[in-house]
Design a protein around this ligand. Sequence first.
Ligand code: HEC
Length: 151
Amino acid sequence: MKYSSWIGLLLLVFLYSCGEAKTTTEKEVTIVDGTSKYEVYQPSEMSMLMKGMYAFNEQVKGTIESGESLSFEFPEVFLNIHTAQLSETKLRNPTFETYSAKFIEAQTLLFDKNSSLSEKERFNNAINMCLACHKTECTGPIPKIKKLLIE
Ligand code: HEC
């Protein structure tokens, strides 16, 4: 297949999967072009939220390490952790809900100007809550998340 047809095919698939995002929990999309099948990874809402949370905290880490004061606010979108759709193999359960609440609490405290803990301590507390949940629910990204901790 020509390169240009590939682009067209992929575009079609992405448009299709955006429309389906609310109803499907499939993590992979199958593309069939008549002769072959291709599995294409489709991230879940939770997976996209997690990537955002990672990127945000990477920025916070950089700011704290450079000694600047935090000019961000707690991102309200993180509250979507309570509702975002998970990929099919993962299920919401009481443990997950407990860890979500604890993480949100720790991440909120990072922005508490009246706290007696240093920004570094509050930041690491929040990241340790990412890790606590990941130890029970999803161990793959742990090495990556550990890199966020400030030494
Ligand atoms: C309450 C549990 C919980 C908390 C808290 C949590 N995660 Fe996750 N994380 C998950 C689950 C479950 C997935 C898999 C999502 C899926 O596949 O639908 C995930 C996926 C990820 C991924 C992989 C995303 C991808 O698809 O590439 C990264 C990276 C990640 N989390 C980082 C973080 C970071 C950083 C934090 C804290 C700022 C955090 N997580 C807090 C449960 C959690």
